[in-house]
Ligand binder design. Structure first.
Ligand SMILES: Nc1ncnc2c1ncn2[C@@H]1O[C@H](COP(=O)(O)OP(=O)(O)OP(=O)(O)O)[C@@H](O)[C@H]1O
Length: 293
């Protein structure tokens, strides 16, 4: 488990991070979202020791993180780690060796990853000769090659088509299943919502919300959709009911509390058949817009 505790970072007069605290639990995908300049990259650089915090600390398994802990992490930096003008297999293998693999194991692992990404025929190609999506796959391969204990990935899915996203997600899932914590940043909220166990929303250097995807959704106001056979106009006169939208036998409403909802359901059933009565599951992007407004 990775803990970021009260991390603040200033650059001159600018406070890029202000008292940022959140955890990346073992075996969980944690999505890190926030607008441009929110501080995601700065946080990841501090986790990886590329930057020092002005105050606060990073813990790994409950104790201050060390350089040798970080050497066992897989990191995909914003500026990308691999060289455009070098052939892909040797540089992946070299990365593996830097993380302590034997030359033979590193070459084997590099070849296997490239074959998995259908790049087995292109091992001698320079990185820059590949399409952007394939370059991104190779960059991700560089982060995972040495069986990392944690993965810190800055925008790993940018530039990937949906099929490639699923392919990378399947790869990363092999790591979370082994208990590896994965922190990745993204601007693609729908994707974060689909892939993550938990999410941390950063705004202007501060944690605005953090928690499980379901938990965050539930934190927003819940509306219910009702579909009946008979007209639902009577809902307008019900105490504790706010009608958001009403169109004959269909309505979107919010209830003051659960008891009101149960009373309304009983009343609707007494008046005729009820075809649908359920909370509306909102995409997290609605919540995000709400909290960042
Ligand atoms: N080395 C630096 N010197 C000065 N300011 C910096 C430095 N690094 C980051 N900043 C500033 O810190 C703030 C946070 O930047 P950061 O790159 O962490 O945001 P981000 O959430 O990753 O944004 P993006 O999604 O655009 O990549 C920004 O205002 C940025 O200009």
């Amino acid at each position: 488990m990775l803990d970021i505790i009260s991390v603040t970072r200033t650059f001159g007069d600018l406070t890029a991070l202000n008292d940022v605290t959140f955890s990346v639990p073992a075996g969980r995908f944690t999505g890190f979202v926030g607008g441009n300049g929110a501080g995601k990259t700065t946080t990841m650089r501090i986790v990886m020791g590329v930057l020092a915090p002005s105050s606060g600390e990073v813990l790994w398994d409950g104790r201050p993180i060390t350089a040798s802990d970080r050497a066992q992490f897989g990191y995909m930096p914003e500026e990308r780690g691999l060289y455009p003008k070098q052939p892909i297999l040797p540089q992946l293998a070299y990365l593996g060796e830097l993380h302590g693999m034997t030359p033979h194991d590193a070459r084997t692992a590099a070849r296997e990853l490239l074959e998995r990404f259908n790049l087995g025929e292109r091992t001698k190609d320079k990185l820059e000769k590949l399409s952007l999506g394939n370059q991104q796959r190779v960059q991700i391969a560089g982060a995972v090659i040495a069986s990392p204990k944690a993965l810190i990935l800055d925008e790993p899915f940018s530039g990937l088509d949906p099929e490639a996203v699923d392919e990378m997600f399947a790869l990363l899932t092999e790591f979370t299943k082994r208990g590896v914590p994965v922190l990745f940043s993204s601007h693609q909220l729908e994707l974060v919502e689909r892939l993550c166990h938990q999410i941390v929303i950063l705004r202007k250097g501060e944690v605005l919300a953090a928690g499980g995807v379901e938990e965050l959704r539930a934190a927003g106001p819940t509306h219910h959709r009702i579909q009946a056979d008979a007209d639902l106009g009577w809902l307008r006169g019900e105490s504790g009911v706010t009608v958001i939208d009403l169109d004959g036998p269909q309505a979107e409403v919010s209830f003051a509390d659960d008891g009101v909802g149960q009373r309304v359901l009983a009343e609707a059933m007494a008046r005729g058949a009820v075809r649908h009565f359920a909370p509306i599951i909102r995409p997290l992007s609605d919540y995000y817009r709400e909290v960042t407004r």
